[in-house]
Every structure is written in C-alpha cells, then in structure tokens.
Design a protein around this ligand. Structure first.
Ligand code: SF4
Length: 366
C-alpha cells in the first residue's frame, strides 16, 4: 500500500463517507499518526456545534451493588454473592446523602451502575428508579448498561425490550455504553466468559434505539484484542448507529478507554500491557474518522491522565466527560487521575478550547 492509498481514504473520510473495513484497517495499521490526528481534528470541527468549545459534565457515579455473578477478569470491583463481608446493595439513605452532595456540587445526573446481582430483577430496579425520581425529580438517570439489561431480563423471565420499556417508565433517561469492552465473541470468551455476549450488547442497544432511549458506546482496549478487532469494534458501532430509526438519537457519544490492569485477574495471568499515549491518540483519531455518524468523541482523562486527554482534544475528541464525583470501578484497577470543576476547565483551556458545561444530551447548561 502506498501513501496515495492512505490519502485517498482520508479524502473519503473528510467528506464523511463510511470507510470499508479494509480501508479502516489500512489507516489504523499504516497512516502516520500526525496525519490521522489532523484529519480527525478537521472532522471534529465539522461535527460539533462550536469548533472552539470542549464540553464537560458534572455527574456522580453510584454503584447499585458490587455483587456480580459475571467475574470479568479485568474487574476488581465486583465480589461474589457469598462474600458477605464485602457485598453491598446501596441503601436509599446512602443514595440520599450522595445525591444531595452531588446536587450541591452542580451535578444534574446520576450514573448508576453495578454488578449482575443474581437476585435483583426488574421489580428492584423499577422501585429504585421511581424512588429516586420521586425524591429528586430534576435528576437525570444514566443507568445500567446492555449487560445489566440482559441480566435483569434473565432474572425476571421477561424480554430485554420489556426491561427497557419498564425501566424507562420508571425513570431511566439514558443507557450508558458500558460493558462493550471489545465486541468480539473471541475476546469476551477470554476476558469475560460469563458476561452477556457481544451479540447481546448489540441487540440491547438496538432495542434501546428503537425505543429512542439515547445511549453511548464505549471500547475498553489494551488487553487480548488484536488491532483489527479494535477497528471491527468501531465498524460495529458505526453500522449499529446507521440502523437506528429515523429521528432516534441512538449513540450520542463514543468513549474509548484503556484497560487498567492493576490487581486484576488478567494481570495475574500475565496480560499487563504498558500504556502508550500514541496508541491512545491513534484510537481517538480513528474513532472520529470511522464513526462518521456519531457527533461526540470523549477523551477518557480518568484512564489516560489529563495531559494525554488534552492532546486527544486536538486529535478528534470534543468532550472531556464528567468530573465524576465518585468512581469505583476503573479506580479499583489503578486509574488515579482526579478532577474538580476548576481543574477540568483549566485543562480544556490549556488545550486551546472554551469549556462549556453540558447535560447528558450534550446541550450546554450555561
Ligand atoms: S465488569 Fe461488571 S459485569 Fe464484569 S465483573 Fe465487574 S461488575 Fe460484573
């Protein structure tokens, strides 16, 4: 392949035509990083409302329960149901304290995630969401994820579509894209064999789009996947977005983040890759280039640190995500970066952009 091939493919990307799988492979394998980042930055400018703005958010991550039957090998957060010394289900009193603190810090959203608890079905989640919305009506619930929806359906003996409909009626506003990892059954068999499959993730997300429940999509890379499985993941997300019904919001954002190995089962099995900033930037740029139908690409400051996240803002990313008042899942595997509102905005300014606080649908709040 020659530089001409790469230039031709990038020309195609610049007019937002969907790339073929082979074109995307070639870019990922061979295009110079600087060129990829420059094209991704041009595409970012065309995709967002204000090219000089980078958005950010204030929300609080609360974990519903740490009990999980899945036992993913990259996860330090979960415990097994019999580990009664560690297991918890967050109580309503604890939610109240956490939500009140979050609201006082300017949050407008609760990110609710947790393990696949073998005894918690649809009734539990409906009651929880109704209670939260009843007490905090302005609070947006960005809750669960495709694997949890599949699990709740299995526990409750109903379809995933019914789970989504009932959760939405109880107060679910948006469905996070967590649990995608790498959408390859080969990879999932190695890193999370007991978790709902890649096929389940795609189906549940499509059902959410059919119901016009906005979602995001994520990718956790840097473990056992091949480079082309990363590209395949992007193409799966792009094609799924292309199949959302007309007028449905589908994926509002894509968030690639790097596997944090510290203390995980994967690390114990010898899978402990070193983080590469250039690889992360290549993935951010490729995300912007391949995902021609998703407006927002989020820089994962929590897993890559604020300096690399700052460069990502000039390589295709347009959003810094949330300051996250509480985060326990990735942090328990070694992610140590912390941001308050001032540090978040200072980082965005240092990257050359105007910070704008947003809500979960990427509307400016101020
Ligand atoms: S990543 Fe989620 S599904 Fe997997 S073990 Fe951890 S809590 Fe359970």
């Amino acid at each position: 392949m020659t530089r001409n091939n790469i230039d031709d493919i990038l020309e195609k990307a610049l007019v937002r035509e969907p790339l073929t799988r082979d074109e995307a492979y070639l870019l990922y394998d061979e295009a110079p990083l600087q060129l990829l980042c420059s094209v991704a930055d041009t595409l970012r400018r065309g995709a967002v409302r204000d090219a000089d703005v980078v958005t950010w958010q204030i929300d609080r991550n609360v974990n519903i329960t740490n009990v999980c039957k899945s036992g993913c090998k990259f996860c330090n957060f979960h415990c097994k149901p019999h580990q009664t010394d560690k297991a918890y289900i967050t109580t309503m009193a604890e939610y109240r304290t956490k939500v009140e603190e979050a609201l006082s810090l300017g949050a407008d959203q609760l990110l609710l995630q947790g393990g696949l608890h073998p005894r918690l079905g649809i009734d539990f989640y409906e009651k929880l969401f109704r209670q939260l919305k009843g007490e905090f009506p302005t609070l947006r619930l960005n809750a669960l994820g495709a694997p949890e929806v599949q699990h709740i359906a299995d526990v409750s003996g109903i379809t995933t579509r019914e789970v989504l409909e009932r959760l939405r009626a109880a107060g679910l506003d948006t469905l996070p894209g967590a649990g995608a990892e790498i959408l390859s059954e080969r990879v999932r068999k190695i890193i999370s064999p007991a978790k709902p499959s890649a096929h389940d993730w795609v189906r549940v997300m499509h059902e959410a789009h059919l119901l016009d429940i906005p979602t995001t999509a994520t990718m956790m890379y840097g473990h056992v996947e091949t480079p082309h499985e990363r590209v395949d993941h992007l193409i799966t997300i792009r094609d799924l977005q292309a199949h959302r019904p007309e007028g449905a919001r589908g994926f509002t954002a894509f968030i690639p983040w790097v596997f944090c190995p510290k203390g995980t089962q994967l690390e114990r099995e010898g899978i402990s890759p070193r983080f590469s900033a250039t690889e992360y930037l290549r993935i951010v740029a490729m995300s912007r280039i391949v995902l021609n139908n998703i407006a927002n690409i989020q820089a994962s400051w929590l897993t890559v640190g604020k300096d690399v996240a700052e460069i990502a803002l000039n390589s295709g990313a347009n959003d810094m995500g949330s300051i996250m008042i509480e985060e326990n899942v990735v942090s328990s595997a070694g992610a140590t970066t912390r941001f308050d509102a001032e540090a978040m905005q200072a980082t965005i300014r240092r990257a050359g952009f105007t910070p704008k606080l947003r809500d979960q649908l990427y509307n400016y709040r101020v």
